[in-house]
Design a protein around this ligand. Structure first.
Ligand code: GRF
Length: 200
């Protein structure tokens, strides 16, 4: 198949890459979009193996090799732009991004976050939801803007918190929903059904 004109994505990861796997599986089925590369800031991220197993190019831009955030983000931007992707997908990419990096991809970069934003930006979201006595946790996909986890919300799925839940049990149920929703949103952006301009 000629993949030249297919909507292209680059996926950024830092770890296990279970969301990446759901995107790989979806991209192989129906071909609404293609994954041009997977980039990790950690050389030992298991997601790199997942990508290689599916014949997807991988790149490591190791944050330990850079002295400051802005030189790291410059290197990351060069690595991404070699692939000229239509969309940058953050899938468990555990880095704070500089404003100039975010602005370079404004409207072309999305993130998945394991809480019902605007609640619980940042880390430890599941424990925060449990400790607050919330009835629901969940996940959110949003366009990335300079303020952390604060960009326009594209989609959310709530997950009921059970009395017996620990942060781990809750995280694993939320993750199942993440795997469900992330490929769907990418497909809708690829098909032009969702655009950043709708939220401006
Ligand atoms: C997910 O819960 C995602 O929402 C968060 O980090 C986790 C990454 O998991 N940002 P994985 O690497 O996709 O398995």
């Amino acid at each position: 198949m000629n993949t030249e004109n297919i909507f292209s994505v680059v996926v950024l990861i830092s770890g296990n890459g279970s969301n990446l796997q759901s995107i790989i599986d979806d991209s192989e089925y129906g071909a609404s979009y293609t994954i041009k590369a997977v980039i990790s800031n950690k050389p030992d991220a298991y997601g790199l193996v997942r990508a290689q197993n599916s014949g997807i190019e991988t790149v490591v831009v190791d944050h330990k090799m850079y002295h400051d955030r802005s030189s790291y983000d410059d290197a990351l931007q060069s690595a991404i732009d070699q692939y000229n992707p239509d969309l940058v997908v953050l899938a468990g990419f555990m880095r704070i991004l500089t404003t100039s990096f975010v602005e370079h991809y404004l409207g072309r970069m999305i993130n998945i976050h394991p809480s019902l934003l605007p609640k619980y930006r940042g880390l430890n979201t599941h424990q925060k939801a449990i400790s607050a006595g919330d009835t629901f946790a969940g996940c959110t996909i949003h366009f990335v803007t300079p303020e952390l986890d604060a960009g326009p919300i594209i989609a959310q799925i709530p997950v009921k918190i059970e009395h017996s839940d620990t942060a781990q049990t809750l995280a694993s149920r939320v993750l199942i929903q993440e795997h469900h929703i992330y490929p769907q949103v990418i497909k809708k952006i690829a098909n032009g059904e969702i655009s950043f301009h709708d939220y401006e």
